[in-house]
Design a binder for this molecule. Structure first.
Ligand SMILES: [Zn+2]
Length: 439
């Protein structure tokens, strides 16, 4: 066997002419995927071959860089669901994580008209769990602390804007840090809204199994595999992929022999003692300590750590329908991926992917080299919901090196912000791009 490995590959035989297309179902059954142009955000509508619908996220960027603002996205999705199925019903609504660019549209009365079969959320949204409450209290205290400390930093306007955005996306309005959590209304819809508020909520994964596999009566013919977020709250933390040589940016920087400073290990900028185990506002002595710390803390770094933490709560799902396997990783970053890719069973599952929703709008640390080069099959279609970034935070989104690597692997990638450049198998519409995934 080892001899075979070292032998030069034999010249390929000429393929038999007119070989029938491999394993294509005669029925031509497809799973319909629609990616809405929501700018830096996600909104995907799926329809299974048997006519069930799944909505994966409904958010857009605060500055409305995509084709939707206000209630428009909710109205469009509702109209499309009715057109697809004749009913104002979505069988499963999935909210991958609580970032506004994934859920802000759920803050709309429009959804009151929609019946849902089930709503799926990451397990960290199950507020009946004490560990969950502790996690969010920490996160909130950190966010409020940063928002309160911001005036004592002298920041360039563009940097301040970036920090404000990160804080806002983390659920805190930097201009009114003591106001209610800004994504709270959207979360309320997801937890107890829609036309039938009592519809089943699933908080996933519900066990420590990786992958956690289940079926549900509301999606006949679909097998669901949940791969993330990690079941352990301690694992919901940002791990730096550059240390593991896993990002395309790390590769590029090393190749250019640039100093590794921007890739240094991620540490907690305020230290653990700032993760107060209680609700904000902070006490006066805490504020005073924050104030003195502000001279030594990089607020962009701090805000980014907050952002990464919430991305780490993303649901990572594979939906299996016939021969189709849709990989839907939300904005999961390297911390989640590292654990998934260490599981032989999860890797085997991912090797059968036939459609890939590129994670986190094509950022540098959501799609690892191992995933692209060793795990994902060649030549599958992929969609990236994104808006070319400019400015401090969203620079290099989508990361050109990542897009190049996907292309080198033969993946066919459609970008929401460049529908005209989508490969031929995609069908660009006015405010979306459609795809039929064979199953
Ligand atoms: Zn996002």
């Amino acid at each position: 066997m080892s001899a075979a490995r070292t032998t030069k590959p034999k010249p390929k035989k000429t393929p038999a002419p007119k070989k029938p297309a491999a394993k294509k179902r005669p029925s031509g059954a497809t799973l319909h995927v629609r990616m809405y142009d929501v700018g830096f955000g996600d909104c995907f509508l799926l329809r299974t071959p048997t006519g069930q619908t799944v909505l994966v996220d409904a958010g857009f960027h605060s500055q409305g860089k995509g084709a939707f603002s206000g209630n428009e996205l909710a109205e469009q999705v509702l109209a499309d669901v009715k057109a697809l199925t004749g009913k104002a019903r979505v069988d499963v609504v999935i909210a991958t994580h609580r970032h506004a660019d994934h859920i802000v549209s759920f803050n709309s009365k429009t959804w009151d008209a929609l019946e849902v079969g089930e709503v799926w959320l990451p397990w960290v949204e199950d507020l009946t769990k004490p560990a969950v409450v502790r996690l969010w209290k920490k996160q909130q205290a950190f966010a409020y602390g940063l928002a309160r400390a911001l005036p004592s930093f002298s920041l360039k306007a563009e940097v301040r804007e970036a920090v404000d955005f990160l804080l806002w996306n983390a659920g805190v309005d930097p201009k009114a840090p003591l106001a209610a959590w800004s994504n709270a209304d959207a979360m309320t819809t997801l937890r107890e809204g829609f036309r039938n508020p009592g519809a089943r909520r699933r908080y996933l994964p519900a066990t420590k199994a990786l992958p956690e596999t289940f079926t549900t009566p509301v999606l006949p013919g679909v097998t669901v595999h949940a791969l993330g977020p990690p079941a352990d709250p301690d694992l919901i933390a940002h791990l730096d992929p550059s240390k593991d040589d896993e990002t395309y940016r790390a590769l590029l920087m090393r190749a250019a022999e640039m100093p590794g400073e921007p890739l240094g290990p991620v540490r907690h900028p305020f230290g653990d003692r700032w993760l107060a185990d209680g609700p904000p506002p902070l006490r006066p002595d805490e504020l005073k300590r924050l104030d003195s710390l502000s001279r030594n803390v990089d607020p962009v770094f701090a805000a980014k750590a907050l952002d990464d933490m919430i991305n780490s709560t993303s649901l990572v799902l594979v939906l299996e329908v016939g021969s189709a396997r849709l990989l839907l990783p939300g904005d999961a970053e390297w911390g989640t991926w590292k654990r998934i890719l260490a599981s032989a069973e999860a890797r085997t599952l991912l090797k059968g992917t036939t459609f890939f929703k590129v994670g986190h709008h094509g950022s540098h640390n959501a799609t690892s080299r191992t995933l692209v080069e060793d795990v994902l099959p060649k030549a599958i279609p992929a969609m990236v919901s994104t808006q070319e970034g400019k400015g401090t935070y969203r620079n290099d989104i989508p990361l050109p090196e990542l897009l190049d690597a996907l292309e080198a692997k033969g993946l066919k990638v459609a970008r929401s912000d460049r529908p005209d450049e989508a490969p031929r198998l995609f069908k660009p519409g006015e405010k979306w791009i459609d795809l039929e995934v064979p199953c």
